[in-house]
Design a protein around this ligand. Structure first.
Ligand SMILES: [Zn+2]
Length: 81
């Protein structure tokens, strides 16, 4: 099973989520809160996987911006903040 994909929408695009006090047990277990960029669901990922996904997601977003420099409306649909 590929644990890198979102279990709700199977997206590979994540960003690191804001920390909550309730995240501490997960942090101590080596997991980070992440949020899916497609469906906005919150999940926990192993810290190394989370950082890797966050980086890959940023790289994809940068590439997308280079390809679509003026298309802000479409960008908002594809890449929710
Ligand atoms: Zn998702």
């Amino acid at each position: 099973m590929n644990t890198s994909v979102c279990r709700y929408c199977a997206s590979l695009s994540f960003r690191i989520s804001k920390f909550r006090p309730s995240d501490w047990p997960y942090l101590l277990a080596g997991k980070l809160p992440v949020r899916c960029r497609m469906c906005n669901q919150r999940a926990y990922r192993n810290v190394l996987i989370a950082l890797k996904l966050n980086h890959e997601s940023k790289v994809r977003e940068q590439k997308w911006r280079i390809d679509h420099p003026k298309d802000k409306q479409t960008r908002a649909r594809h890449i929710p903040a």
